[in-house]
Design a protein around this ligand. Structure first.
Ligand code: DX5
Ligand code: ZN
Length: 216
């Protein structure tokens, strides 16, 4: 199964953002993960539209945009216009998930939906045939640098079974607490895309760490 690393810009050095984006551009990471937090859906505020143009300018990699915001429908088109290639919203953030997925597709980008640690895989099953990506949160969303929640690997395995059963094309991505120690088990459970924030950016050689995460 294909392996993709999506380093999270949340852990980058915003004082030297262009350098960090250039490093990701040189690296073996195929995607760049962009964590947008509104202080309402999650208890933290990160960044929004102003960071999209400099990131888009600095790399041709796939911009994997993770919206941790309420009323995501309102902002999907703007993120697509700002250069997102994938827009992922939260199942818990909307009352009309079918409608929100349609809005993402209408904006001409790939559609992802994320579920929080306490949301069961069964909640996403009715949507699998509409999706390009399902993002399993392996920490409570809001902050980088947290520890991987046990049981997340089992959720990946369950989701893999459901996706294979219904013939969905959706890729599986995992986000939160990914390290060189747990990457192998999530790949083995059927996950294709690993988000990594602190593991990449807090390491002495981020490019080498990306290489290692791909080759555990
Ligand atoms: C958390 C974010 C994650 C976070 C991951 O809400 O969605 O993408 O940046 O950071 P690490 O890899 O440090 O857990
Ligand atoms: Zn994220």
């Amino acid at each position: 199964m294909k392996r993709i690393i999506s380093p999270s810009v949340l852990s980058a050095d915003f004082g030297h953002l262009a350098d960090d984006i250039a490093m990701l551009d040189r690296s073996e990471a195929e995607w760049v993960h962009i964590d947008v937090m509104d202080g309402v859906f999650v208890p933290n505020i990160s960044f929004g539209f102003p960071l999209m143009p400099p990131i888009r300018k600095g790399t041709k990699k796939v911009l994997d945009t993770h919206l941790m915001i309420v009323n995501p429908e309102k902002y999907i088109e703007r993120f697509a216009k700002a250069g997102a290639d994938i827009v992922t919203i939260h199942l818990e953030a909307t009352d009309d998930l079918h409608g929100a997925i349609a809005t993402i597709k209408k904006a001409g980008v790939k559609a992802g939906v994320s579920i929080k640690p306490k949301t069961p895989v069964s909640a996403i099953v009715p949507y699998l045939n509409e999706l390009d990506l399902v993002l399993i949160m392996s920490v409570e969303p809001g902050f980088g640098g947290q520890s991987f929640i046990e049981g997340s690997t089992e959720k990946v395995a369950e989701l893999r079974r459901e996706i294979d059963r219904c013939g969905s094309q959706a890729m599986i991505e995992i986000d939160g607490g990914i390290t060189l120690d747990n990457a192998a088990e999530v790949y083995a459970a059927g996950c294709e895309v690993l988000v990594a924030g602190s593991t990449v950016f807090a390491s002495p050689d981020p490019e080498e760490t990306i290489h290692k995460l791909l080759n555990v």
